[in-house]
Design a protein around this ligand. Sequence first.
Ligand SMILES: O=c1ccn([C@@H]2O[C@H](COP(=O)(O)O)[C@@H](O)[C@H]2O)c(=O)[nH]1
Length: 237
Amino acid sequence: MERPLIIALDLDDATKRKSLLDQFNGESLYVKVGMELFYREGRQVIHELKESGHHIFLDLKLHDIPNTVQRTMKELASLEVDIVNVHAAGGKKMMSAAREGLEQGTHAGSKRPTLIAVTQLTSTDEETMQSELLIQQPLNEVVRTYASFAKESGVDGVVCSAKEVPLIHDACGSNFYTVCPGIRRVEDAVGDQKRIVTPKQARELGSWGIVVGRSITSAKDPYSVYHQMKKDWEAKI
Ligand SMILES: O=c1ccn([C@@H]2O[C@H](COP(=O)(O)O)[C@@H](O)[C@H]2O)c(=O)[nH]1
């Protein structure tokens, strides 16, 4: 799918999730299954969403020793989702192991899930990164370097703020996937996000995909907010 708006299904029970998706009346969506949903409903929810025709980004952000990540990715590959991810902070060996595990677990004739790596969470700003994570380089430099390491390790793209897309394209080429959370309309509550942009700005900055959670899931009318944001995201520049 070209340039998706991915809805983060961060809802605290299955009834709310179902009632959100029911509003879309059979429309095929790109959805993100994060830790909250996967740890609650497990593999079954992936099967259900696939049966309903949705594309799936399984956002479990693996970060462990290479052997564990490889074996876990082998397991996840059997779910046949579209995108899976790791934290780039796990290092090059871990990212290569993730790719290897995915290849081992992908059945002949099936498409390997796209593998992306989180550079720096969009809830982190430079001040926090330096004072709490003790990473002293400028945030843009860290994101650019982690993206380059991801590419060298056989990863297909990154999770980043749209603000960093131009520098990632510069370092890794414009075909390297950039999946961007931290998306807000001007009227939305920012919450815990730090590096935010609007859907239109994300488009202008060249993001491949955007991830939107609370702006849609907490809206009075999620269906119309989704379509409004999608229209802004897809508008010609
Ligand atoms: O850097 C990252 C990586 C992942 N996320 C995830 O995206 C959504 C964003 O939700 P909002 O409600 O739109 O803030 C959420 O599921 C995060 O886990 C991210 O925000 N930043």
